[in-house]
Design a binder for this molecule. Structure first.
Ligand code: 2P0
Length: 351
């Protein structure tokens, strides 16, 4: 008897141009394009194993060892159904293939980063889910094609199908067929860039991204300005900066876009606050670090960015990593750099 099983993993990604707002909440179509860096360390990944078996009586999914509910019409259900539909197309063309699309699946997914890291796991989680089903079903699908399905699990997940520098093009088609991830540059194009993650708080965030961004779409005038007049030019400029390995431009745009995302959250009614006093102190530190460099005739050396929570990610070329780690430890004495090469800080200045 054959065993139909496959395992795949996908990493976390951190956006430089932020996705915030949907024009279609069911298909998960965004109001603007976005761009991220997929982290390439082994530390921040979701790994998922999928198995199909004629004896299974229903689809089931365990997340970190706990059985999760697959609600009909929900995001997990949609991703699994779409993958089965693609498998069915293969079976229709190759009648000798086993009829896996007719079998139920059992799926087991693990995040190897502690929930305490305070990092969103939906991006790596849905990317790993779709990748493992694609491997199980032996689908001849490109990462961009798979990103169309991961996107329907969680918007930011579509960007984790690629390594390196990745754009999620918002597309214009009402059916979502052109809202997908594309590679801007592979990781080895610019290997000097590192991401330092400063865990400011591991509390669960107050406002989820999904509900927060829809409140922003409904109430923020600033969001309308952002999506029409700011993001298109930023996407062009940051893609060029990446291709030219221009860290100064990359850093400036990344910090501006983080700031505008948090301004848009504040412009929401009622307002949403994701950063706290420690987050703002880290912004001040990076700003001062850059000011000293620029005043000495140099360029920007670091870029902060914040997602829907208080934790900082600092992008910097390798040559500055040690200096920044030393600086954070000096000004935030509670900070304990993890013993790993990319410097994950735990509890940087815990309240
Ligand atoms: C991003 N974030 O581009 C932005 C920046 C948070 C701030 O993508 O509703 O968890 O599942 O599509 O993908 C968070 O949004 O939201 C997010 P859903 P998701 O990374």
């Amino acid at each position: 008897m054959s065993l139909y099983q496959a395992t795949a993993s996908a990493p976390v990604n951190i956006a430089c141009i932020k996705y915030w707002g949907k024009r279609d909440t069911k298909l998960i179509l965004p109001t603007n394009s976005s761009l991220s860096v997929t982290l390439d360390q082994d530390h921040l990944r979701s790994t998922t194993t999928s198995r199909a078996d004629p004896s299974f009586s229903e689809d089931k999914l365990w997340l970190n060892g706990k059985l999760d509910e697959i609600k009909p019409g929900g995001r997990l259900w949609t991703c699994i159904s779409e993958m089965k539909r693609m498998r069915k197309e293969v079976e229709d063309q190759k009648p000798n293939e086993p009829k896996l699309s007719a079998m139920h699946v059992h799926i087991c997914s693990h995040n190897n980063f502690p929930t305490a890291a305070g990092l969103a796991s939906s991006a790596s989680g849905f990317a790993a889910l779709v990748s493992s089903l694609a491997a199980l079903y032996k689908l001849p699908a490109s990462p961009s094609t798979l990103s169309l399905i991961a996107r329907q699990g969680s918007g930011s997940a579509c960007r984790s199908l690629f390594g390196g520098f990745v754009a999620w093009e918002m597309g214009s088609s009402p059916d979502g067929s052109d809202s997908l991830a594309v590679e801007v540059a592979p990781r080895d194009h610019w290997p000097e860039i590192h991401a330092l993650i400063c865990v400011v708080s591991d509390d669960k965030k107050g406002t989820s991204s999904t509900s927060g961004m829809q409140r922003t779409v409904e109430t923020s005038a600033l969001l309308q300005h952002r999506i029409k007049h700011v993001v298109p030019e930023r996407m062009r400029a940051i893609s060029a900066a990446i291709k030219e390995k221009n860290f100064d431009a990359f850093a400036r745009i990344t910090m501006q876009d983080s700031n505008q995302f948090h301004a848009v959250a504040l412009d929401t009614d009622p307002p949403i606050f994701y950063m706290n006093d420690v987050s703002r102190a880290i912004i001040a530190l990076v700003t001062e670090y850059n000011r000293v460099s620029v005043e000495a005739g140099g360029k920007l050396k670091a870029a902060y960015t914040y997602d829907a929570g208080p934790n900082a990610v600092i992008y910097t070329p390798q040559e500055n990593v040690k200096e920044i780690v030393d600086m954070v430890v000096k000004y935030f004495p509670q900070a304990q750099p993890f013993k790993d090469p990319f410097g994950l800080f735990k509890g940087a200045g815990v309240q």
